[in-house]
Design a binder for this molecule. Structure first.
Ligand code: UTP
Length: 270
C-alpha cells in the first residue's frame, strides 16, 4: 500500500530555544535562506508523500504564510524586473493542510488530533526540528521497510553514551543489518540506557497507533507522549526500528542548530 500522507507536528513552544522562540518558531529558523520546515516538506515530497498535515499553534501562523502564495510579492517582483526571483517564493508542489493544537499537551496529543486526516491509512511523521542531510533519503528506506514488515517502523541512530539521556532509546533484537525488533523503549534514560540506538524524528505508522495513543495517560507534566503509545504497540504486536544513515541535526538545541549551519557552509565551500 502506498504511503501518501504525512504529519508534521510543529505546535510545541520550543522552550529550549527561548527567548527567540517566543516570536520565531524553531521550525522557521533559517538554513541557507530557507526555514527548517521547508527542508522537511521537501524530504516528504522526495519520499512520495502527496498530502501533508502540519500541526501548528496560535503563535505559528508564519508557517502558513510561508507556504502560501504571495500574489502581492509576485506582482512586485514582476514590476521591478525581478521575475527571476519568483521561483524562490513559490509553494512546494504538495497539498498542505493545517490544524491547530489548542494546548501543547505533547506530541502524542498532537498526533491524535490528526486521526480524521489520516482516515485509516498508513502515514509518516516527520519532526521538523530534526533535519537530515543524506544523499539517499532515509525516509524512503523507512517506508520500504514498512512495506516489507507490515508493522510500524521507527527511525533510530547510533548515539554516544553521554547524549543518550536526551532521546528515546530502544531495547532491541537484531533482525538483520540495520533492522531491529523493538522490545522496549525508554524515554530520556538517565541511567543504564538499554542500547545506543536513539529514536530520531522519522516514523512510519499503521493507523492502529491512534488506538494506543488514546489509552496513554498524560505524564507528570500533563503531556501525552508518543513513546508511551509505542510501548503500547510493543506489548500487543511487533514494531521495528531501522537504523538511518543520514546525518541528523537536532535544531531543538542551539548546539545542533549551529552545527547544521556550519555543515551546510562546508557543503557550500564557504
Ligand atoms: P519537543 O519535544 O522538541 O518539544 O517536540 P518542543 O516544545 O518543540 O521543544 P522544547 O522541548 O520545549 O524545547 C518535538 C516535536 O513535536 C512538536 C514540536 O513542535 C516538535 O516539532 N510538538 C510538541 C507538538 O506539535 N505539540 C506538542 O504539544 C509538543
Amino acid at each position: 500500500m502506498k504511503v501518501k500522507k504525512a504529519i508534521i507536528p510543529a505546535a510545541g513552544f520550543g522552550t529550549r530555544n527561548l527567548p527567540i522562540t517566543k516570536v520565531v518558531p524553531k521550525e522557521m529558523f533559517p538554513i541557507q535562506g530557507k526555514p527548517a520546515i521547508h527542508y522537511v516538506v521537501e524530504e516528504a515530497i522526495q519520499s512520495g508523500i502527496e498530502e501533508i498535515l502540519i500541526i501548528i499553534s496560535r503563535s505559528k501562523t508564519s508557517i502558513i504564510d510561508y507556504f502560501d502564495r504571495s500574489i502581492e510579492l509576485e506582482n512586485f517582483l514582476k514590476e521591478r524586473n525581478k521575475s527571476h526571483l519568483i521561483h524562490k517564493i513559490m509553494p512546494p508542489s504538495v497539498h498542505i493542510q493545517y490544524l491547530r493544537q489548542p494546548v501543547a499537551n505533547g506530541l502524542g496529543d498532537a498526533l491524535l488530533l490528526a486521526e480524521p486526516f489520516i482516515n485509516d491509512e498508513p502515514f509518516v511523521v516527520l519532526l521538523p526540528d530534526d533535519i537530515f542531510i543524506d544523499k539517499e533519503c532515509d525516509l524512503i528506506q523507512l517506508i520500504e521497510t514498512f512495506k516489507q514488515v507490515h508493522s510500524s517502523v521507527v527511525g533510530v541512530k547510533y548515539v554516544e553514551d553521554d547524549l543518550l539521556k536526551n532521546y528515546g532509546v530502544i531495547k532491541e533484537n537484531k533482525v538483520k543489518d540495520n533492522l531491529y525488533e523493538i522490545l522496549d523503549i525508554v524515554e530520556k534514560p538517565q541511567n543504564h540506557p538499554p542500547s545506543n540506538l536513539a529514536v530520531v524524528g522519522r516514523y512510519v505508522f499503521n493507523p492502529d497507533i491512534f488506538s494506543y495513543l488514546k489509552k496513554v495517560k498524560p505524564d507528570k507534566s500533563g503531556e501525552v507522549q508518543l513513546t508511551a503509545g509505542l510501548k503500547g504497540i510493543i506489548v500487543d504486536k511487533k514494531c521495528f526500528a531501522k537504523e538511518v544513515v543520514g546525518e541528523r541535526y537536532d535544531i531543538g538545541t542551539e548546539v545542533g542548530y549551529v552545527k547544521l549551519i556550519e555543515r551546510m557552509n562546508i557543503n557550500d565551500g564557504k
